[in-house]
Design a protein around this ligand. Structure first.
Ligand code: NAP
Length: 265
């Protein structure tokens, strides 16, 4: 029997890309899935082939930080106990710091960091009271190494690693586990939706994401990492430069920064 059978999972950013593929994989493995993103119509369309009893759709803009607490409590009241929260929704960046408006940093931090911290804060008492749960967060290889054009995005994703590495040790005695997923390139619209220096979406798909893992392969690996309660899992194609970057940064930082000046990822 699948490890996920009968479990209830919240997936944020479920309308496309990794969130959509991961939610589908959870459904295929017998979980009940609570789908959250802004676009109700995209979620309705993407999940129409699954049994309607197995998922619920909740359109929500996670940058409404003040309302996340009541939103999370409403989800628990309506849907019952939650076993896994997958904080997946996020937005990337493509722009040099010197040229970027600081309002772009606000936007990225709001969604990629503050909404995750708030959702975690809101769901944690529920998991603590039932003495079980798993909080899974989609960070990025950009949360492990810095690279050009990603200063704000990396700030948010590094912050997630610091935050979750800290609370992991605080909450494990409640039997609540923390798993960080750090993808390299996955073929989604993340590059197209990335915010440029003005805050407008980049709008093009020319930075190699489509050469990365398919979202369905990434989803299978993500579920495996969740099942094995991995602390941290890098999810990337074997030949993705992201793998190398993580190890070179760790073991030969000078070489890493030599390369980072020359490569635009
Ligand atoms: N693809 C990659 O190569 C890659 C690599 C490393 C990390 N990641 C991370 O993976 C996660 C998923 O990205 P993706 O690649 O699947 O990109 P994507 O296709 O652009 O998906 C982003 C998801 O986030 C949702 N979202 C955006 N703004 C939101 C908001 N304000 N409130 C609620 N939901 C919102 C979007 O749905 P709506 O527009 O309907 O709201 C969408 O479902 C992100 O955290 C990203 O940083 C991706």
């Amino acid at each position: 029997m699948s490890y996920f059978k009968g479990k209830t999972v919240i997936v944020t950013g479920a309308s496309s890309g990794i969130g959509e593929a991961t939610a589908k994989e959870f459904l295929l493995q017998g979980a009940r899935v609570i789908l959250v993103s802004r676009s109700e119509s995209k979620m309705q369309d993407s999940f129409k082939d699954f049994s309607q009893d197995s998922y619920s759709i909740y359109p929500y803009d996670l940058t409404n930080l003040d309302e996340i607490d009541s939103f999370a409590k409403m989800l628990i009241a309506k849907e019952g106990p939650v076993d896994i929260l997958f904080n997946n929704a996020g937005v990337s960046q493509f722009g040099y710091f010197e040229e970027s408006d600081l309002s772009v940093l606000d936007k990225i931090m709001e969604l990629d960091f503050f909404s995750v911290v708030q959702f975690t804060k809101s769901i944690l008492p529920h998991m603590v009271s039932k003495k079980s749960g798993q909080i899974v967060t989609n960070t990025s290889v950009a949360g492990l190494v810095g690279s050009r054009n990603r200063s704000f995005y990396s700030s948010a994703k590094f912050a997630l690693h610091g935050f979750f590495d800290s609370i992991r040790s605080e909450i494990i005695h409640h039997n609540v586990h923390v798993t960080l997923i750090a993808p390299g390139r996955v073929a989604t619209d993340v590059g197209r939706n990335a915010l440029t220096s003005s805050g407008a979406p980049y709008g093009k798909d020319d930075r190699g994401h489509q050469k990365g893992l398919t979202s369905s392969v990434a989803a299978k690996r993500i579920l495996k990492a969740i099942k094995n309660k991995k602390r941290e899992a890098v999810i990337a194609k074997w030949n993705d430069i992201a793998w190398l970057a993580v190890y070179i940064r760790k073991f030969s930082p000078s070489f890493y920064f030599f390369l980072a000046r020359r490569i635009v990822a």
